[in-house]
Design a protein around this ligand. Structure first.
Ligand code: SF4
Ligand code: SF4
Length: 194
């Protein structure tokens, strides 16, 4: 929930990507096979930071700079140029790959993703047509957290609820559109007889 709704750096990436789309900058869809191979990078970074936190605190603080949060949000880019260049490079990447940093690099996102495995409720709904063949939600997901066969990866999902908006949209979701058309035909049939 933090990643999708509360993280200021996530919001900054999202707003810049929105602007990039308005300006018609090309968007890169990372092939799923490569995309899922890049997922573990952020977990490795998180475990590295966790390991370093057991050693000298200066080293841990230096390594924590992998998070551009301090540069971009707390210090408003007013610091030494390597930090600024790093944060800007991530934001530029995010213009072409939505939430690039969140997807592949964010150690905080990785730490927050781990408890998703022990969730109690499966509250993100799916139709049996999801992924087989419908790919509408998979294309709409800002972090490509939906597998091509329709399954949502809870560790990668940021709970933005875009797929849930589509799930309940009977004008966009083909599974619901069929039911709506059947209802409308039935209503017309009933209307014709009365
Ligand atoms: S639009 Fe409907 S059927 Fe298609 S993936 Fe989304 S929820 Fe599933
Ligand atoms: S799976 Fe759905 S709720 Fe999760 S990030 Fe993708 S679109 Fe948002």
């Amino acid at each position: 929930m933090f990643c999708g709704w509360l993280c200021p750096f996530g919001a900054l990436q999202e707003l810049l990507n929105l602007l990039a789309r308005r300006l018609r900058l090309p968007q890169v869809t990372v092939p799923f096979a490569l995309h899922e191979r890049l997922w573990p990078v952020k977990y490795i970074i998180f475990l590295g930071l966790l390991g370093l936190s057991l050693g000298p605190i200066e080293l841990a603080f230096a390594a924590a700079e992998v998070e551009p949060f301090k540069t971009a949000i707390i210090l408003h880019f007013l610091r030494a140029w390597p930090f600024v260049a790093y944060a800007l490079a991530l934001l530029v990447g995010g213009l072409f790959i939505e939430r690039m940093f969140c997807r592949y690099l964010c150690p905080l996102g990785a730490a927050l993703a781990l408890p998703a495995r022990i969730r109690i409720f499966e509250w993100l709904k799916r139709h049996k047509q999801c992924g087989k063949p419908c790919q509408i939600c998979a294309r709409a997901c800002p972090v490509q957290a939906i597998h091509p066969e329709g399954r949502i990866n809870p560790n990668e999902c940021i709970n933005c609820l875009k797929c849930q908006t589509l799930y309940y949209d009977e004008h966009t979701c083909p599974a619901l559109a069929i039911q709506r058309k059947q209802r409308e035909r039935a209503a017309m049939g009933t209307g014709g007889r009365t």
